[in-house]
Design a protein around this ligand. Structure first.
Ligand code: SF4
Length: 68
């Protein structure tokens, strides 16, 4: 099994919040500017499916997933 390693691009993020709704243990939104905050770049197994899903629903394609 591979595990997803995450990166976020705050330059691309538009603050839509889908990631934080989909995987709240992995992503949050900055209370100041609303942009994505990555809480866990290497999420534990229990949060990996949600993290992948969050990358898929991001409308700005601001979340990169590398499978290792
Ligand atoms: S879903 Fe994408 S655009 Fe929306 S806050 Fe998360 S990273 Fe930013």
């Amino acid at each position: 099994m591979t595990r997803p390693l995450l990166r976020v691009d705050r330059e691309r993020c538009i603050g839509a919040g889908m990631c934080a709704l989909t995987a709240p243990e992995v992503f949050d939104q900055d209370p100041g500017d609303g942009l994505v905050l990555l809480l866990r770049a290497d999420p534990p197994a229990v949060h990996q499916a949600a993290a992948r899903m969050a990358a898929g629903v991001c409308p700005a394609r601001a979340i990169a997933v590398r499978e290792e």
